[in-house]
Design a binder for this molecule. Structure first.
Ligand code: NI
Length: 290
C-alpha cells in the first residue's frame, strides 16, 4: 500500500492496518521459520497473500472474542461463522474483511481473522484458579488493541503453573505463556503462481527443511469441505517466566487452499472445525520437540 492511499482510509481502517502490521512483526520475532518461508517464496517470484490470522484469547469479559473483534468490525470486517471445539473446550468466530480489502483484492488484501477463546470455566477448580488469578492481573483498563499491539505490560507466567495448565490443555499453557498475539499467519495457496496444489507446497516445504504437522501428504480437509490446510510444527523460542527465560513452542505457519462454494459461486470464506481441531495441535509441546 502506498502512503497516498492512506488518505482515503478511515481512521478505523488505518488503526486496523497498523494492528495487522504489528501482529506480523511480533509473530516474526518469535517465529523465525515464518520469515524464512516468506523470503523463500518471494525468491521464487511469489507475492505472499495472507489467507487468515488466528488469534487465541481467554473467555474473560475484557479479553473475550467479542472484545477483540471490535477493532476489526469497526474497520469494516463482517462476522463470518461461529465454531465450537468441545474436545478442546474452545469456541471461535471468524471475520471476513470488507470488500475493498477482500482477500483476493489486488491492491491491499486483508486477511480473514479467526479468533478462538478458551472456555476456562469448563476446567477444574485448580486450573480455573490459576487462570482467574493471572487474568485478574492483566490491566483491565487497556483496550484489546493495546493488548494485541503489546503496549501493555502483562504479568510474567510461573513455570509451575505453566506445567499444570500443560497437563490439561496445550492451548491454555500456550496462551498463558505467550499472551495475546497471532498464533499463526497463513499463506494463501490460491494466490501462489508457481504451485498448483497444497500437496506440492508441502513437498517443497519438506525439501526446504521445514517440519510439517501430521503425516502422509500433510493435508487437512478435502476439496469437498472447500478448504484444505497444512501447517508447520511451531518453532521453539525463549519465553519469559518469573523463574527466567525458558524455551517453549511459539508459533507456526499455515498454508490454505480454498475452493469455490457451489451454493454461492464464491470462494469459501469459512473454516472447517475438524481440520482446525487438528491444526491447533501444531503448538503442542510434544509436536515441537526437536
Ligand atoms: Ni488457521
Amino acid at each position: 500500500m502506498s502512503q497516498g492511499e492512506d488518505l482515503t482510509h478511515s481512521s478505523e481502517e488505518v488503526r486496523c492496518k497498523a494492528l495487522l502490521e504489528s501482529l506480523w512483526a511480533d509473530y516474526c520475532a518469535v517465529t523465525p521459520q515464518a520469515q524464512k518461508i516468506h523470503r523463500l517464496l518471494e525468491a521464487r517470484g511469489e507475492t505472499v497473500v495472507n489467507d487468515h490470522i488466528a488469534l487465541r484469547t481467554w473467555s474473560h469479559a475484557h479479553l473475550n472474542i467479542e472484545r477483540l473483534a471490535g477493532v476489526f468490525l469497526s474497520a469494516g470486517y463482517l462476522e463470518g461463522g461461529s465454531y465450537t471445539f468441545p474436545e478442546k473446550k474452545l469456541r471461535a468466530k471468524s471475520f471476513v474483511p470488507p470488500s475493498a480489502h477482500a482477500p483476493d483484492h489486488a491492491q491491499d488484501p486483508w486477511p480473514r481473522i479467526f479468533i478462538s477463546e478458551l472456555m476456562h470455566d469448563a476446567f477444574g477448580p485448580e486450573v480455573q484458579a490459576i487462570i482467574d488469578a493471572w487474568v485478574a492481573q492483566v490491566p483491565a483498563e487497556a483496550t484489546p488493541t493495546e493488548h494485541l499491539m503489546r503496549q501493555v505490560a502483562w504479568p510474567l507466567p510461573r513455570w509451575a503453573d505453566y506445567q499444570t495448565l500443560l497437563s490439561v490443555s496445550e492451548y491454555a499453557a500456550w496462551l498463558y505463556a505467550r499472551g495475546l498475539c497471532a498464533n499463526h499467519f497463513t499463506v494463501s495457496v490460491n494466490a501462489l503462481t508457481t504451485f498448483s496444489s497444497l500437496a506440492e507446497v508441502n513437498a517443497w516445504l519438506i525439501a526446504s527443511g521445514f517440519a510439517l504437522n501430521g503425516e502422509g501428504d500433510f493435508v487437512q480437509g478435502s476439496p469437498a469441505e472447500l478448504l484444505v490446510q497444512s501447517s508447520t510444527i511451531a518453532d521453539r523460542h525463549p519465553c519469559g517466566f518469573v523463574e527466567g527465560s525458558k524455551e517453549i513452542p511459539s508459533c507456526y505457519y499455515e498454508f490454505a487452499m480454498r475452493y469455490t462454494d457451489p451454493q454461492s459461486g464464491a470462494l469459501f470464506d469459512g473454516f472447517v472445525p475438524k481440520s482446525a481441531n487438528k491444526i491447533f495441535e501444531s503448538t503442542d509441546v510434544r509436536a515441537s520437540l526437536p
